[in-house]
Design a protein around this ligand. Structure first.
Ligand SMILES: [Zn+2]
Length: 605
């Protein structure tokens, strides 16, 4: 591109755009304050604040192209030494989320006895210092695991809060008191949702599997197993007599915040919180998955506890017909894998194959919605007209579990090495990544994976055209429903799935490297490689926004909901201390997927 064309391209940048106010169809009519916080005053350098592994993942620097006078080169130097540096060219890259000047210094590796810390400057702007060393991600894991200690409920957590919620809780339906003390507070509040907090335990036990031989500096298995056992005391109490699992404690009686408070710890007084006794399929499936994992992993150290938990998991399995949505099906696949691993019983093998076929039937393997470019995404059973999910083609959406349908097939792939369907499971995920996820991620310089695929324009705001009737948004719609928030779990769950596929394809032509690269790019966005230059984990990196955590304040290792979008699908983040929950609240799934995906990637070399 010549200089004239380059200058012309900058005039169309959206970095300083002011969102147009549109009227909401659902929810409050006013524009949320966080939508107005546009990155005009942010740094232009977007670089992962942790740094890079020497030989795994690309080393990418992005500079937001905001004006025509920006330097077109960058200099990398080692901090604390004047004798090493190099200067290279930046290249313009166009795409969604604004044009960027990009550098790829993946070839740069400088063997040193001790990890060296580097810094990049572009003109007068300096990046956050970063390391290049093998354990640059791994050494953050103790901090993210430590997050859960701060969230413990029902015990005294020294330095955080005194003993709490010994009066949890009374049933919403009949007022009966049931002892459901314990567990973890789920987020920046004091509520105890079951599915996201069980995800914590599932992720922690996967961390144990992913790092079977901890080294000095790693968190010990003993510490992790103690943490999971704390959470599980609560989970076990939430199982009803029919084997199925209650939904939450203190979630709010009418979808509100009425139970989100400290209590007097005395049963029977007015401030007692409520148990939501609703029973959902995917929550039962997650419970069965978790208890079957406990049944395996605690066996050597506490066989009685392992057997007790496994029996609870089997009751959850038997208490359900295992029907339901795409998400339900994915988690029942996970449960079947773990119950088979725990028991070796044929019943779970047979069920797993059947569930896998149901899950694959919900993948769009043909070109739907009047287009011939994109396929491989999952559809949501039950939300479209009658008929099979894949023929109706309503794209599956979940901001917390977006990659679980694909991930569940990879779990099957590992659990059943002799299954006839095994090549089909792998091919299905390859199609999902190669023909859906990667083509969409490559539409922006950050390789950010969009959070939603849609048919047409479901609400009056920007849906980016893709092909035919297919549209997409990087961030959740803000005019479609009241509940919208940052997309860290979308990125991290996808990172986990891509990381697992990278391991499975490590010996294939290409070596799975592109999938590991994709996984790291999602994690890098969370850890500072974003348009705000803000690290979204407390205690790592710089420019961390203050979290929405109004009961205990800062939690080291806590990850905020992250960058959301406005009506124009441009990124927004509260950096003005307005305590905005949509972007700044801690939430368990982000930490769970972080430690699960990072530890998975540790096995890719
Ligand atoms: Zn509590």
């Amino acid at each position: 591109m010549d200089r004239r064309k380059f200058l012309g391209s900058l005039s169309a940048l959206s970095a300083g755009a002011v969102p147009t106010v549109l009227h909401a169809q659902v929810g409050p009519p006013t524009v949320d304050p966080v939508e107005k916080d546009i990155p005009s005053k942010s740094p232009t350098i977007a670089l992962n604040h942790l740094g890079f592994r020497p030989h795994v993942g690309r080393k990418v620097l992005l500079v937001r192209a905001v004006n025509k006078d920006q330097p077109r080169e960058y200099t990398l130097r080692v901090v604390g030494s004047s004798n090493f540096h190099f200067t290279r060219e930046l290249k313009l890259t166009q795409g969604d989320l604004g044009a960027c000047l990009m550098a790829d210094f993946s070839d740069f590796n400088r063997p040193t006895v001790y990890p060296a810390i580097y810094q990049i400057n572009v003109g007068h702007e300096y990046s956050v210092p970063f390391f290049i060393c093998e354990d640059v991600w791994r050494r953050t894991l103790p901090r993210s695991v430590g997050y859960y200690r701060y969230q413990r409920c029902g015990v005294d957590v020294p330095g955080v809060h005194p003993i709490c919620h010994l009066d949890d809780a009374r049933r919403r339906d009949n007022g009966e008191h049931v002892n459901v003390i314990g567990g973890w507070h789920d987020a920046g509040d004091l509520r105890k949702w079951m599915d996201p907090t069980m995800l914590n335990a599932i992720a922690l036990l996967n961390l144990v599997r992913n790092i079977p031989n901890p080294q000095p500096g790693d968190v010990t298995h003993e510490y992790i197993l103690d943490e999971v056992r704390h959470g599980n005391r609560y989970f076990l109490k939430m199982q009803d007599t029919d084997g199925r699992i209650w939904h939450d404690v203190a979630g709010g009686v009418n979808g509100d915040n009425s139970d989100n408070h400290w209590t007097d710890n005395i049963v029977g007084t007015a401030d007692d919180r409520y148990i939501n006794v609703t029973k959902l399929e995917h929550i039962s499936a997650m419970f069965a998955t978790l208890q079957a994992m406990v049944g395996q992993i605690y066996g050597p150290s506490d066989s009685a506890y392992a057997r007790l938990c496994l029996r609870a998991g089997v009751r959850a399995w038997n208490g359900s017909a295992r029907k339901g949505s795409t998400l339900d099906c994915a988690w029942w696949c996970m449960a079947a894998c773990e119950l088979f691993r725990a028991t070796k019983q044929k019943e779970y093998h047979t069920a797993a194959i059947s569930l896998g076929r149901r899950l694959m039937a919900r993948q769009a393997t043909t070109y739907l919605a009047d287009q011939h470019q994109i396929r491989g995404y999952w559809t949501d059973y039950g939300k479209g007209p009658a008929g099979s999910a894949s023929s109706t083609g309503v794209p599956y959406f979940s901001v917390v579990y977006p990659a679980m349908p694909a991930y569940a097939l990879l779990e099957l792939y590992d659990a059943f090495p002799d299954a006839e369907d095994r090549p089909r499971w792998k091919d299905a995920v390859r199609m999902h990544l190669d023909e859906f996820v990667i083509p969409l991620a490559e539409r922006n310089p950050y390789h950010l994976i969009p959070s939603g695929l849609y048919l047409g324009r479901p609400s009056p705001e920007t849906y980016r055209p893709l092909a035919g009737r297919l549209t997409y948004r990087y961030f959740m719609p803000v005019r479609k429903q009241w509940f919208w928030l940052g997309i860290d779990s979308n990125l991290e769950n996808n990172a986990l799935m891509a990381a697992r596929f990278a391991l499975i394809t490590k010996d294939d032509p290409g070596g799975g490297k592109q999938y590991a690269d994709l996984a790291y790019r999602q994690l890098e966005w969370v850890m500072g490689g974003n348009p705000f230059g803000a690290c979204l984990m407390t205690g790592e990196g710089m420019r961390n926004p203050y979290p929405h955590s109004r009961f205990v304040g800062l939690i080291p290792g806590g990850i905020m909901n992250g960058i959301a979008g406005n009506a124009e699908d441009e990124p927004v983040l509260d950096q003005a201390y307005t305590f905005h929950w949509r972007t700044n609240e801690y939430w368990s799934p982000h930490v769970a997927y972080y430690l699960w995906s990072v530890s998975t990637l540790e096995n890719f070399s």
